[in-house]
Design a protein. Structure first.
Ligand code: NAP
Length: 534
């Protein structure tokens, strides 16, 4: 067998995943090149610069744990990090670990092809360059392919329009403008209050009303920063043993166990504390519809309390899905924004958008004059970024063909028929149901250990089997079926936000800690479910 490659590993993407993959793999003596489409590192945080962009996980744990020095030296300024601060952090990581010399910026991968004879991957870039490597690792993120709805007339719009995930680097001036925001997911909910303060008028086009929990953001004091640093070992241990990679455990208590008063007090305390931890208030919020309804009801009552116009409040009240069955947003004065004179809510389920005209948006029942439109319409999640790479496996089989009916992977890490390809936070892994850096570090560590073992044994090819993949897909479905998550019929977890996308529940819902144990077991059993040759 001939073996010609330029390097050991090609990594696609220089966000949280790609940076750590480079650091880890290079650290074990492999030659690695990272290809990054953006002109800077940061991935998600490089592209998503929309007003109000901030992480919903708290700063101190939405961060790498692999270096004690890094976590002790970095000073987060707020409870939740703003996009520029995360970018500064990731740039610091790139410098501190001397990563830049192996990262090629402004280099978009347009295709990747497995070479059966040479047992390597050939990757073609948008500049027509061809690079090869023994292993290909995708670090392309789960939410990086913008979903811009195809609304008739968009190309005739005389004003400017932007998707939040492709935001201009020099910002957008809303002053004096009539702005429309389409979408009320986590992104729209972050952007609405900020844009409302700057624009002359803001019209929010809502398709599905959403639950949201107040973030309660604020500055991080020197004392609290020090307390966190003193406790980091324990914080990181809890993250790794948790269901969602957060440093708190979900209560084991049923929401139906306490009296109504006690339950309300528990929710109220969680509401006042703010953040994603609200969903950890009880153990059965995502498994028992009656338990879920108690949380959903509590938030509905809050919306009614906050929003002064009862009609607007009712439109903002989610009734078609339970709390946290779609990814729960957290906000800073989102519902309050609808009390402003300059904010209008349009329910596009009631009156769908029919067309965009040169001067605005026309729904079935009204015309909304606009100078600027913001699409906070989300992403072709999880599969979009991978399918966009035009990956072809053994025998030239396109991934697009293999996944025509939805994604199939083993552990979210490998795809049968695509040897030597590893997908960080791929479909079938906990990824988006987790604090991402925690999920990413676990995947990168597993892949790095796996490659070290292959080299130590003189093996050159690793591929999961159809059987292992089939069993994982079944387990994935079964894990999702034990939760209420697949019941939210408009969820991007299911691909429901992209017209024509197969409805498959994509992330692994069995919990992060349980998943990590499975991965460890697979490795311990000699990489059970994989065929390794050389
Ligand atoms: P999203 O959750 O998919 O929300 C998109 C919104 O656009 C939804 O309200 C959707 O309505 C609406 N929409 C889509 N197509 C539409 C159309 N043709 N007409 C009208 N409305 C349309 O996307 P996102 O808000 O960007 O968030 C995606 C994920 O990114 C989040 O769930 C989260 O995991 C992550 N995120 C994280 C943070 C953070 O941590 N700071 C911030 C933002 C995003 P339907 O619900 O009816 O589909």
């Amino acid at each position: 067998m001939t073996m010609f490659t330029d390097r050991d590993v090609l990594v696609i993407g220089a966000g949280f995943s790609g940076l750590y993959a480079l650091h880890r793999l290079r650290g074990q003596g492999l030659s690695v090149t990272v290809l990054e489409a953006g002109e800077g590192v940061g991935g998600t945080w490089y592209w998503n610069r929309y007003p109000g962009a901030r992480c919903d996980s708290e700063s101190y744990y939405y961060s790498y744990s692999f270096s004690e020095e890094l976590q002790n030296e970095w000073e987060w300024t707020e409870r939740y990090p703003q996009q520029p601060e995360i970018m500064a952090y990731l740039n610091h990581v790139a410098d501190r670990f001397d990563l830049r010399r192996d990262i090629r910026l402004g280099t978009r991968v347009v295709s990747a092809e497995f070479d059966d004879d040479a047992t390597c991957w050939h990757v073609t870039t948008d500049a027509g360059e061809r690079l090869s490597a023994r292993y290909l690792v995708t670090a392309v993120g789960c939410l990086s392919t913008a979903n811009v709805p195809s609304i008739p007339g968009l190309d005739t719009f005389a004003g400017e329009w932007f998707h939040t995930g492709q935001w201009p680097h020099d910002g957008v001036d809303f002053a004096g403008k009539r702005v429309g925001i389409v979408g009320t997911g986590s992104t729209g909910i972050q952007a609405v209050p900020v844009v409302a303060e700057q624009a002359a008028h803001l019209t929010v086009f809502q398709r599905t009303a959403n639950y949201s929990i107040p973030a309660r953001n604020g500055p991080e004091s020197a004392e609290s920063r020090q307390a966190i640093k003193d406790d980091y070992a324990e914080i990181r241990r809890t993250q790794r043993e948790s269901t969602n990679g957060h440093p708190f455990l979900i209560s084991s208590r049923s929401a139906l166990e306490p009296s109504a008063d006690e339950r309300r007090a528990i929710y109220e305390a969680a509401w006042q504390r703010g953040g994603l931890r609200f969903r950890a208030s009880f153990g059965d919020l995502l498994s028992d519809p009656a338990a879920n309804e108690t949380a959903s009801d509590f938030i509905r009552a809050k919306i009614a309390e906050i929003v002064r116009d009862p009609e607007v409040a009712e439109r903002l009240t989610p009734r078609d899905h339970g709390f946290a069955t779609k990814r729960p947003p957290i906000d800073t004065h989102y519902f309050e924004a609808y009390n402003r004179e300059n904010v209008t809510l349009v329910d596009v389920r009631e009156s769908p958008i029919e067309e965009i005209t040169p001067t605005g948006v026309r729904t079935r029942t009204a015309t909304h004059p606009l100078d600027l439109i913001v699409f906070a319409t989300g992403f072709d999640a999880m599969t979009g970024p991978l399918l966009g790479l035009d990956i072809r496996g053994a025998g030239g089989r396109p991934l697009r063909e293999k996944w025509a009916a939805g994604p199939r992977t083993y552990l979210g890490l490998q795809i049968a028929g695509f040897p030597n390809l590893f997908t960080i936070t791929g479909p079938g892994s906990p990824s988006v149901l987790c604090n991402m850096p925690t999920a990413i570090e676990q995947h990168v560590d597993w892949i790095a250990d796996c490659l070290a073992e292959l080299d130590a044994r003189g093996l050159t090819r690793m591929e999961t089997t159809e059987e292992a993949e089939e069993a994982w897909v079944a387990h994935n479905n079964e894990a999702a079926g034990r939760t209420l998550l697949p019941q939210a019929s408009t969820s991007w977890y299911l691909g429901a936000n992209v017209p024509g996308k197969p409805r498959v529940f994509m992330p692994y819902a069995g919990g992060f800690a349980a998943y990590a144990r499975i991965c460890e077991d697979v490795a311990r059993k000699g990489y059970d479910g994989f065929v390794r040759t050389g």
